[in-house]
Design a protein around this ligand. Structure first.
Ligand SMILES: Cc1cc2nc3c(=O)[nH]c(=O)nc-3n(C[C@H](O)[C@H](O)[C@H](O)COP(=O)(O)OP(=O)(O)OC[C@H]3O[C@@H](n4cnc5c(N)ncnc54)[C@H](O)[C@@H]3O)c2cc1C
Length: 351
């Protein structure tokens, strides 16, 4: 294991796991856990060396995501938005933005969210971009932005008339041309403060534009990430298997110990499959199958945890119920029609 993953595992074990229940409920506790990741320099793990590193290889980065999602789903969900903003800036074309922002992103001095899922929607663009003197103006509704109150700004995507997408930095607070909607009432990760943001001719200067992506960028990006996004579901499956172990110990149940062993074996073999698929040049069907398997295992493991926990699993604050609800989010995060179809095939067989 790399030094970075070692450091992350220790931090998660010692400073996050004991507070996982509070972190899921309380914004201040989630904020402290996020700040802790920053203190450990773990908030921009794929940042290139020229901006401070640690340029974690993709698979190691995904194993980090598994470890966070396993320890605290809410922290995993919140921090990944910022990591994704850091990667988009690093891969973008704005060298000025890279050198001013990236050095501040690993320790959390600057925290940035993302709002580009609207590019996945079919039909007229939800957010349009207009090229103007010195920058762009963005208008429309960004339907999902996680991290209000945690992140100072977010990368908002707007579509140009020719289908290219502008990714521009916008404050994540009410300001000129920016209206932040109410915190969404959600059955999972509510503490991470997801909001919709309305943009009304919001000016983004060229200096704040991370890049202008070609038409079809999000579809290509989704396909590149199809397996990689599945590692959160794997983390969720492992969180559920940890809960099954706790129930097994509490009930001194041989069958539950065996169930825990079965889940760990399924998660291990899924991880090996995902690592192999992620590292190879296989076609979309194989990648989609791996993603769908991860979604299915998260839901299955969470269901086993519910059964193992008994009636107590249904209590509002029960970790079993929380992990079950988290599996729901990983089922739909960054969903595309192909991922939906693969999920149904995996759960029901071909239709
Ligand atoms: C709690 C939560 C927090 C989130 N936070 C963020 C965030 O911070 N930043 C961010 O960018 N995103 C965020 N998302 C968005 C997330 O990735 C979306 O769940 C995902 O993009 C799919 O949901 P949707 O509502 O965008 O699309 P949906 O409308 O549910 O559609 C899903 C897919 O099906 C396709 N589709 C739908 N209807 C049709 C149709 N009639 N014909 C053809 N295709 C169709 C869409 O194009 C899309 O690809 C968040 C989501 C959740 C649940």
């Amino acid at each position: 294991m790399s030094e970075v993953l070692d450091r992350a595992e220790r931090f998660l074990r010692e400073e996050v796991a004991p507070f996982a229940v509070e972190i899921d409920r309380d914004e201040a506790a989630l904020g402290q856990a996020l700040a802790g990741l920053g203190r450990e320099g773990l908030l921009a793990l794929k940042r290139p060396w020229e901006f401070g590193g640690p340029a974690l290889p993709e698979i190691e980065f995904r194993h980090f995501q598994v470890a966070v999602a396993r320890t605290s789903g809410a922290l995993g969900f919140l921090q990944t938005q910022h990591q994704s903003a850091a990667s988009l800036i690093a891969k973008g074309s704005n060298e000025g933005l890279q050198s001013s922002l990236l050095p501040l992103m690993a320790d959390g001095s600057r925290l940035v969210g993302v709002g580009f899922s609207q590019l996945r929607r079919s039909g007229p663009p939800l957010v349009v971009a207009e090229e103007v003197q010195g920058g762009y103006r963005l208008t429309g509704r960004v339907p999902w932005v996680t991290g209000h109150g945690f992140f100072q700004e977010f990368l908002a995507a707007g579509e140009l008339p020719d289908g290219r997408a502008v990714l521009g930095l916008v404050p994540l607070e009410d300001s000129e041309g920016v209206t932040v909607g109410p915190r969404m009432r959600l059955s999972a990760f509510e503490v991470a403060n997801t909001v919709a943001v309305d943009l009304d001719s919001r000016f983004v200067p060229d200096a704040g534009v991370a890049g202008v992506q070609p038409r079809g960028w999000v579809q290509e990006n989704d396909m590149l990430n199809v397996v990689l996004q599945g590692y959160f579901a794997l983390g969720c499956a492992l969180a559920a298997s940890d809960l099954v172990l706790k129930s097994a110990e509490r009930k001194s149940s041989k069958r539950l110990h065996a169930a825990h062993g079965q889940l760990v074996a399924l998660a291990d073999s899924l991880r090996a499959e995902m690592d192999e698929v992620a590292a190879s040049k296989v076609g979309p069907p194989v990648k989609l199958k791996a993603r769908a398997r991860a979604i299915s295992l998260a839901a299955k493991a969470a269901h086993v945890a519910i059964a193992a926990g008994g009636g107590g699993s249904v209590a509002l604050d029960a970790p079993e119920g929380r992990v079950y609800r988290e599996a729901m989010v990983y089922t739909v995060s960054a969903q595309t029609p192909d991922i939906l179809a693969a999920t149904l095939d995996e759960l029901l067989g071909p239709g």
